[in-house]
Design a protein around this ligand. Structure first.
Ligand code: ADP
Length: 366
């Protein structure tokens, strides 16, 4: 019985050890004088020291050169509060610079007094948990960026709108001037609506709340419809190179339309001096390929990878002049990938860009 009991205790210890080792957090368990009783792998990595490390946590912290000096002193101060009994719990946030000089790892340290008499036969000890909160910090940064981009993008059309309203209220204007002002105001109001819609779309898609309809339609017809609409309003000549046969899809028609509108309006927007746009639809086995080619400013290769992430914009004098939010392509990618397709870009600076997306055709088409 004793043997069985011993085995059971050993098994329990192994289970607890595996949980602590497998956890994402770094754990350090110490005695009441700070001597380390247990460290999991994460803690070892975090507090790695060459040679023989002091056994007391408060002696180890000052030697950790990866931590910033001011973080080390604050951490020591907090640990002392625990060790001398002034506090039963302490916590602090800090970050560790990484070798590449750009990213940082963000942590939260949490220390607590443990009453361990019953469990391990010593009066009291301390548990220190180091939680890696880099991902949360990254999300916070994205949110902050989002708030500042959105407010900046909202401010420009809003101040232009209110400027025109003031003008119209204050002055007697000729009917021609009135009309010109109203047209500008209407354009600005549309820009505001489009921005808010993009913004809400990407939020909904990322939250996983976007539902896609399963419409049956011919891709070629939709492409042509969108092109005709652009032909009415744009100075660019849009060529359409159609596939030989109709390409039937089962997909959310409105959303695929949104992708086409985004890609064609980008092609127009980013080719201020190029007059031609080429849209090509092809069937390749059981897939449809749609490519939109322009002869505009092009995109540098280093930007390809980030192009489809939200808020990313190539930063140069041309794109700054053109303006935008960096949401359009991330919405396109989200929509296409949710339909099981893919989207990619080829481009040469100064020569132009081609965006191609691929979708599966309705079954039984090939
Ligand atoms: P936005 O146009 O609002 O900035 P997008 O997500 O549609 O946002 O595009 C992201 C970035 O990709 C743009 O800021 C621009 O730098 C680049 N880009 C997109 N389409 C083109 C294109 N056809 N030609 C050149 N650059 C483009």
């Amino acid at each position: 019985m004793l043997e069985r009991e011993k085995n059971a205790i050993a098994r329990q210890r192994d289970i607890i050890q595996s949980i602590l080792q497998a956890s994402n957090e770094a754990f350090v368990l110490t005695e009441s004088n700070g001597s380390v009783l247990f460290m999991n792998v994460h803690a070892r990595r975090l507090m790695d020291l060459p040679g023989i490390a002091p056994n007391k946590i408060q002696e180890r912290i000052p030697l950790l050169s990866t931590f910033r000096p001011r973080d080390r002193s604050e951490m020591l101060r907090k640990m002392d509060q625990l060790l001398d009994g002034t506090a039963r719990e302490v916590s602090m946030r800090f970050s560790i610079p990484q070798p590449n000089d750009r990213d940082e790892e963000y942590y939260e340290m949490y220390g607590t007094t443990m009453d361990t008499k019953r469990q391990i036969g010593m009066d009291s000890g301390f548990l220190f948990v180091f939680r890696n909160r880099t991902e949360e910090e990254r999300m916070d940064q994205i949110k902050n960026e989002l708030v500042s981009t959105v407010s900046h993008e909202l401010r420009t059309p809003l101040s232009s709108l209110s400027g025109y309203i003031e003008l119209m209220l204050a002055r007697d204007l000729t009917p021609e001037k009135r009309e010109r002002f109203l047209k500008t105001m209407s354009r600005e109001a549309k820009r505001l609506t489009a921005l808010l819609n993009d913004f809400l779309d990407i939020q909904r898609m990322e939250d996983g709340h976007q539902e896609y309809k399963q419409d049956h339609f011919a891709l070629n017809e939709l492409v042509l419809e969108v092109i005709e609409r652009f032909r009415e309003t744009s100075d660019h000549t849009i060529h359409f190179d159609n596939a030989d046969d109709d390409l039937p899809l089962v997909a959310d028609r409105d959303r695929i339309e949104q992708v086409l509108v985004n890609l064609i309006s980008n092609a127009i927007k980013y080719s201020p001096n190029g007059q031609e746009i080429e849209v090509r639809v092809r069937q390749d086995h059981d897939q449809a390929h749609v490519s939109i080619r322009d002869f505009g400013i092009g995109i540098p290769e280093h930007a390809f990878e980030k192009l489809f992430t939200k808020f990313y914009r190539v930063d140069n004098s041309d794109t700054r002049k053109i303006g935008g939010t960096g949401l359009g392509l991330s919405i396109c990618k989200e929509i296409i990938e949710s339909h099981g397709g893919s989207i990619e870009v080829e481009s040469t600076v100064g020569k132009g860009s081609t965006f191609t997306f691929t979708l599966d055709l309705a079954e039984g088409t090939s």
